[in-house]
Write a protein that binds this ligand. Structure first.
Ligand SMILES: [Zn+2]
Length: 99
């Protein structure tokens, strides 16, 4: 892992931590957006562990039992975002997002 990648990853981690600790959903969204923009700027692919933390459609930071429903069907994990009502599907292997 390169030095810059480590730096970006550190910043992304910090932003997601802020999103997690944010007092309300609007503030959390802002941090998620910042993290995504930062990653994009550096052409850095977010690890799947991060991708599962937020809605890729509206940047909502997921809080289980609050703004997301997680279901497993046919080897896939389906996340339903309550904020924008869209879905995200992940393969069971945790390796990639299914578009
Ligand atoms: Zn959403």
């Amino acid at each position: 892992m390169g030095k810059l990648v480590k730096l970006v990853l550190g910043d992304v981690e910090a932003l997601f931590a802020k999103a997690k600790n944010a007092k309300d959903a609007v503030v959390a969204k802002r941090f998620v957006r910042k993290a995504r923009v930062l990653a994009m700027k550096h052409r850095f692919r977010l690890p799947v562990s991060f991708k599962r933390l937020f809605c890729k459609h509206c940047n909502a930071y997921f809080v289980q039992g609050k703004n997301v429903r997680i279901r497993t069907t046919k080897g896939k994990v389906v996340y339903t975002c309550f904020t924008c009502k869209k879905f995200m599907r992940f393969s069971y292997s945790n390796k990639k997002i299914l578009e």
